[in-house]
Structures are given as structure tokens and as C-alpha cells.
Write a protein that binds this ligand. Structure first.
Ligand code: ATP
Length: 344
């Protein structure tokens, strides 16, 4: 389903929870609504669902305004964080629920439910009750139940939040795969950036009621359009005093400019490791954290703490030792502008 949202606003009394949000979602896309708690993600999802009325703005499905359409007439499936399964019903009856409400014929229901049970890997569990299932299995039942009435849009509110970390990763991959196979337009809410990056075709970053940026995970990571997006996605250090950053001193000409440095913008090593040693600046290794596949290194450069990573093949560093640092690029921002600067 193709979705258009224009000038969407939601006010709860004096509180402006969603502000002037505009976006388009193409059919079959998997979209992650990402942002800090209280930003307005759930409110946007609930307005799309028809569970909340917009204070202003339009929501269009297939080019048709649906603002006044009740939830059950919007062709939507839901999956919530806490499964919201019917406890007194078996897996089969949970999945069949929406079809029974629609008064579908018994054999149609049976065929559709069994094919969904198979699709979601729940074969053999049809007669179990929710309390006899693991968290991951319950969430798969919730997913099958949402899909049973053949919705054109699937809305998922923090669908993995209540699941153990290890199973969560599996379930994410499974869900992405499933949604791709079915080609159903889907929107999920999360506050976990790794989850959004791994799963979504496109991410929408929501902060303080505003849509800060929409794009592919890679686009957002490499070209953040606001300071908030830059610091919310990926790891970084924010440097207030740019005049201290070797190679970026020029940025100090623009008052109020700060720099955001990502770990991969930084190269560390012995002086002789660098092609142009004069481009480097001397720092001190402060901390080393072993991360399993690499070292996370915290380096102090004139009082600025920078974080970078170092592969295991390289010589092991020790805290307190001097090290040369080359900053390849910086993401710069001030109140008016954001831009990327390379160290030439
Ligand atoms: P979370 O990740 O914590 O769920 P969110 O980004 O989904 O956050 P929303 O649930 O959309 O955020 O809430 C946005 C803001 O609107 C919050 O400050 C919340 O307290 C407020 N809010 C949400 N629903 C209501 C309501 N019914 N009445 C008053 N304020 C509300």
C-alpha cells in the first residue's frame, strides 16, 4: 500500500506530540520509525492505524484520504510489543480470530490459518496456549494473527522489545525475510538504532515530534542532515573547540561550529605509519576495551577524548603511551548548517 502523510500534527491538550510531519512510503517497503522515548513514534503509528485522530493533517492510503475511516476499515494488521495474544485461545484460534470476525467460511479459515502457521514455523504448536510458548514463538503467533486477514499495511510497535537479546536478532532477520517475501508495506517502531539499521529499508528519525530525516540506513549514517541525527545514529565524539582539531582549524572561522567525529574517521599509529606525518597530531592512549573482534581505543588529544577501533592483527597498545592521530574527516554543524569536511 502506498502511504502519504501531509502536515500531520497531534496535540494532547497543550502538548504538541507530533509536529508538521510529511512523508511518503512506497508499496512493499519496510520502514523503521526510530527515535528517543517520548518523541512521537507511537503517536504517528496510532494515527496511521486510526486509533488516534490527527489534530491536523491528512493521511492517504492509495491516494485516498482515510482520516475518517475507522481502524477496522483501513486494511491494517498490528503487532504489539507485549504480544497481546488471547490467553484463553490456542495458537490456531488466535491466528483464526480476525477471519472469524470477518465471517469467512470455515474451510477458507482453516486453509489460511494452516498456511500461516506453516509460514511462521509454528507447525505442531496449533493446539498450544500462549503460556506454553517461548517469547519468540508468541511473537510469531502475533505476526501470523496480524497477517491472517490479509492486511495491506502491517504496523509493529516495538515488536522485539520484550524478547531476549539473542532470539531478538534471529527474530529480526526472520521478520525482515518474511515481510520481503510477502511484499507487504510495513512500519515498525523502535528506539534501538541497531535494530532499525539492520532491518529497515528506510529509517525515519523522529525527535520531539518532528521527522528529522528519512532515508536508507546508509544514507542517514553517511549524510546526516541534522546534529540530532548525526549523534543519534552511529558512534561519535562531539568536539566543541574545533580550532584544536588538526586539519579542521578553518572551521573555527564560523562561530559556534562544533565537530562530530566518528570512530572510522580516525586513524592511529606510530609517526612512521603515516604517509604525511606532519598531518598527524600527538595524543595519548587513555583506555582500551577488548570488544571480541577488535579493540576500542580511547585517545586523548589535547584534552579531547576521541574513540576509535583497532584491529586485532595490529600491535597491542598500552594505556598511557603516546600515539599519533590523523583525523580524516569531520561532520561539522552550527545552528544554521551541517556539512562534512575532509582533512586535505
Ligand atoms: P516511546 O518510545 O517511549 O513509546 P514514542 O516516541 O512512541 O515514545 P509517543 O508514545 O508517541 O512517543 O508519545 C509522544 C509524547 O506524547 C509523549 O511525551 C507522551 O507522554 C505524549 N502522549 C502520548 N499519548 C498521550 C495521551 N493520550 N495524552 C497525553 N499525552 C500523550
Amino acid at each position: 500500500m502506498h502511504i502519504e502523510v501531509r502536515g500531520l500534527n497531534k496535540q494532547f491538550g497543550d502538548f504538541h506530540a507530533v509536529r508538521d510531519v510529511d512523508f511518503d512510503i512506497a508499496k512493499g517497503q519496510l520502514i523503521g520509525l526510530l527515535g528517543p522515548s517520548g518523541g512521537g513514534k507511537t503517536s504517528i503509528l496510532r494515527m496511521l492505524a486510526g486509533l488516534e485522530t490527527p489534530s491536523a493533517g491528512d493521511i492517504l492510503f492509495h491516494g485516498k484520504r482515510v482520516n475518517d475511516l475507522p481502524p477496522q476499515e483501513r486494511g491494517i494488521g498490528f503487532v504489539f510489543q507485549n504480544y497481546a495474544l488471547f490467553k484463553h485461545m490456542t495458537v490456531y484460534d488466535n491466528v483464526a480470530f480476525g477471519l472469524k470476525v470477518k465471517k469467512e467460511a470455515k474451510d477458507v479459515i482453516r486453509e489460511r490459518v494452516m498456511s500461516l502457521i506453516e509460514l511462521t514455523g509454528l507447525k505442531g504448536f496449533e493446539h498450544r496456549y500462549p503460556h506454553q510458548l517461548s517469547g519468540g514463538q508468541r511473537q510469531r503467533v502475533a505476526f501470523a494473527r496480524a497477517l491472517a486477514p490479509q492486511p495491506q499495511l502491517l504496523l509493529l510497535d516495538e515488536p522485539f522489545a520484550a524478547i531476549d537479546a539473542k532470539i531478538r536478532t534471529e527474530l529480526r532477520t526472520w521478520l525482515k525475510d518474511m515481510i520481503e517475501r510477502l511484499g507487504i508495506t510495513s512500519i515498525f517502531v523502535t528506539h534501538d538504532q541497531d535494530e532499525a539499521i539492520e532491518v529497515a529499508d528506510e529509517i525515519m528519525i523522529i525527535n520531539k515530534g518532528r521527522l528529522e530525516q528519512k532515508g536508507t540506513p546508509w544514507d542517514i549514517y553517511k549524510s546526516p542532515q541534522t546534529q540530532f541525527v548525526a549523534s543519534f545514529i552511529g558512534e561519535s565524539t562531539i568536539v566543541d573547540s574545533v580550532e584544536q582539531l588538526k586539519g579542521f582549524e578553518e572551521a573555527a572561522n564560523w562561530p559556534g561550529t562544533k565537530a562530530l567525529i566518528r570512530p572510522e574517521y580516525i586513524e592511529i599509529g606510530r609517526r612512521s605509519d603515516f604517509r604525511i606525518p606532519s598531518a598527524t597530531v600527538e595524543g595519548i592512549v587513555r583506555h582500551l576495551h577488548f570488544r571480541g573482534s577488535e579493540w576500542m581505543v580511547e585517545v586523548d588529544v589535547g584534552g579531547i577524548k576521541l574513540i576509535t577501533y583497532r584491529s586485532l592483527e595490529k600491535e597491542v597498545l598500552t594505556p598511557g603511551e603516546p600515539i599519533h592521530v590523523l583525523i580524516h574527516r569531520a561532520y561539522l554543524f552550527n545552528d544554521n548548517d551541517t556539512w562534512i569536511m575532509e582533512n586535505k
